[in-house]
Design a protein around this ligand. Structure first.
Ligand SMILES: [Zn+2]
Length: 472
């Protein structure tokens, strides 16, 4: 029997309530409290979600509010399932609400590079203590990627309580782990504050279990077509998109953003972290309302009438009509890309023609060396791109320039042979003795490399060939 149960505070983690229950009731050991609360008292209490509860505990909690509401408003679950596809979102949610079933379907609790601890805001805890006589663990302070208390605009502090600890199961009451007095550190970065507010708004929004959410498609549809789609069809220029996204966050998130591959996965709907989605949506300028309502875009009434009419006329259900309409809209979107694509192709052609003389010059300089004495180099796409200050993969789009580079490309053996010719001339010009040591210092070649190069060297320069052969 549980005689006393504390009340949940606003935005309090359910774990925090259990920890307060444990401290307030004066249990001596964790097991005693856990036996009253949990179906399995040996399991570690879940900090971010909720363990399967005993009938007693469920009844007492439900006097405060329905379990559905506890799960939505007092666990971190919305952060994990909000953008999942409908079936999985429902399956995870139902497993938690019905307190059983297969927990393997649960999303992995957020892993970050650094170990995560329960966090607090020094000013919130001060206010909690004034108002309630105790502080507690707030949900909004535990969100991955949000390092600020948006209410007070100060940075959150780590407590000593690890979120995925490996010690024996225990309850850690915030009142015992949050210091009484601590100087808060204010955040002055407006963009960081705005992003934090954005994420919290999305997190706090009611969870929708009915929407068909395809978050990758939604985000893709909001990437401006004229700016980020390359000329090679409906291909997104992820590198360009990534550069701008990284630039947008460079002053406060530089270590904590997606790399280009991860970004591509996000746009394909293969990454579902609320934090990553919000971070990218905020960069694209998508409103929180639009993001929260993905999958429930209201169809205007005129369209609805047309759907109804078609549905009646053909004897098919409205949903099918709507799907056909969606497919047509998608087709139109692709046509637009193609139009953009052909326009961009013209631009690339002009650029290619303009760049060609410069490419020739750079190739020649690389191949022959700059002036009489400098060392020859190997011509390669990357090197030319770098010397011309072009972005990565740019030359892939410029066929004439690319062909020019191909003309200058050579095998490693051929390049080594040219290096040998150059080195021998260098040594002779400087009046140094022609021996293996000097050749080796200049070329950095091993004897085995030279042996490979000999077949190329013979037709290239018979005299040098004889000299080098004599040195081996
Ligand atoms: Zn605060």
């Amino acid at each position: 029997m549980i005689a006393y149960f504390p009340r949940l505070f606003e935005d309090e983690l359910i774990y925090s309530l259990f920890a307060r229950f444990y401290s307030d009731t004066g249990f001596l050991v964790y097991r005693d409290a856990a036996e009253l609360l949990f179906q399995n008292p040996y399991y570690r209490p879940s900090i971010e979600l909720i363990n399967n509860l005993t009938v007693d505990a469920t009844e007492l909690l439900e006097k405060q509010m329905p379990l559905e509401q506890i799960i939505e408003k007092h666990t971190m679950l919305p952060a994990y399932i909000r953008f999942m596809q409908k079936e999985r979102r429902n399956a995870v949610y139902q497993t938690l609400v019905h307190q059983g079933g297969n927990k393997n379907i649960f999303p992995k609790i957020a892993k970050t590079n650094e170990k995560r601890y329960l966090r607090y805001c020094p000013l919130c805890s001060e206010a909690d203590r004034q108002k309630h006589g105790t502080t507690y663990w707030h949900r909004a302070h535990q969100l991955v990627g949000v390092n600020i208390c948006v209410k007070h605009q100060v940075y959150l502090q780590n407590s000593d309580v690890a979120i995925s600890g490996s010690g024996s199961p225990d309850f850690f009451n915030a009142e015992q782990f949050v210091p009484e007095q601590e100087q808060p550190r204010r955040c002055y970065n407006h963009k960081e504050l705005e992003l934090a507010e954005y994420i919290i708004k999305v997190f706090d929004a009611p969870l929708n279990l009915k929407n068909e959410i395809r978050i990758g498609e939604f985000l893709s549809s909001r990437v401006p077509a004229d700016k980020y789609y390359s000329d090679s069809g409906a291909q997104r220029d992820v590198q360009l998109l990534h550069n701008e996204y990284a630039g947008f966050y460079k002053d406060f998130l530089s270590d904590n953003i997606l790399n280009p591959v991860q970004l591509q996965k996000l746009l394909c709907g293969k990454r579902l972290s609320m934090y990553e989605i919000c971070q990218f949506a905020f960069f694209l300028g998508i409103s929180t309302e639009d993001l929260i309502n993905v999958g429930s875009e209201k169809i205007d009434s005129k369209r609805c009438q047309i759907y109804e009419a078609v549905s009646r006329k053909l004897g098919i259900d409205i949903e099918t009509v709507q799907r056909i309409d969606d497919a047509i809209a998608e087709q139109e979107r692709l046509m637009q890309f193609r139009h953009v694509k052909s326009k961009r192709s013209e631009v690339w052609n002009v650029m290619d023609a303009e760049l060609l003389p410069k490419v020739k010059e750079v190739c020649s300089t690389l191949y022959n060396g700059d002036g009489e004495r400098s060392r020859p180099a190997k011509v390669g796409v990357q090197t030319v791109q770098r010397m011309l200050g072009l972005p990565d993969k740019r030359l892939d789009k410029l066929p004439m320039s690319r062909d020019e580079i191909n003309k200058w490309m050579e095998t490693q053996a051929h390049y080594w042979a040219r290096e040998l010719v150059w080195a021998v001339k260098e040594i002779e010009d400087e009046g140094q003795p022609l021996n293996w040591k000097h050749v080796r210092v200049l070329t950095n070649l091993r004897k085995s490399n030279v042996e490979v190069a000999l077949s190329e060297l013979k037709p290239m320069d018979e005299r040098v060939f004889q000299i080098v052969k004599g040195l081996l």
